[in-house]
Write a protein of this length. Structure first.
Length: 200
């Protein structure tokens, strides 16, 4: 029996008509890589329902590893997130119209969690494969940070779990203004996630 890896993506949100994280979660769903069967699932960008939705996805898929994906326009390469903060502070409302300010992800939760993904091994594998990626010390204070915090709070370090922020696709960068928006082809991002799974 192959082990199972849950890859989550997010639906399009805000001003972005597509979300590369959703495209990757869908495209990778059902594939088998390095002894892992991939279970790709997509979540809406909604704060209040996220904990219950995530818990349901985790209990449905019973994963042996979890990697969340999300779009972070402006990032120049794959950003391997190291931490999740117990903080939600939105610059714009999420898709249900809620704009949380200075609110904890979990009342009385730990101030932060660290991912337990093998960061150095993943970075080395990316660079050896010609995939630009770097370590990021902040996943922000929006829904992706909330997802990573919830994943790490639920997981209790029993399985490898973490998060990768994705740059814009070339299509999104062209729509936003290519002079100021870095981008990466979806195909290269896909190879990056496959390489990450191999590095586990
Ligand atoms: N990116 C947002 C939320 C959903 C997504 O794909 C974030 O970085 O928080």
């Amino acid at each position: 029996m192959p082990r199972r890896i849950l890859i989550t993506g997010f639906e399009p949100f805000g001003v972005y008509p597509t979300n590369p994280s959703e495209l990757l979660a869908r495209g990778l769903d059902g594939r088998e890589i390095a002894g892992y069967r991939i279970l790709g699932r997509t979540l809406p960008v909604e704060a209040r329902g996220l904990p219950a939705r995530l818990a349901a996805v985790i209990s449905d898929t019973a994963p042996d590893a979890i990697v969340g994906l999300g779009l972070a326009a402006g990032r120049s390469a794959l950003a391997l997130e190291r931490t999740a903060l117990n903080l939600l502070d939105f610059e714009q409302p999420e898709d249900a119209g809620t704009r949380l300010r200075d609110t904890p992800v979990r009342e009385n939760g730990a101030a932060a969690f660290f991912t337990n993904l093998p960061l150095a091994r993943i970075l080395a594998a990316w660079h050896a494969a010609g995939i630009p990626g770097y370590l990021s010390d902040s996943a922000g204070t929006y829904i992706c940070n909330q997802l990573l915090y919830e994943v790490l709070a639920l997981n209790d370090r029993s399985i490898p779990a973490g998060f990768v922020h994705l740059p814009c696709t070339p299509e999104l960068a062209i729509a936003r203004g290519p002079a100021q928006t870095p981008s990466m082809p979806l195909e290269l991002m896909r190879r990056g996630i496959e390489t990450l799974i191999e590095a586990l």
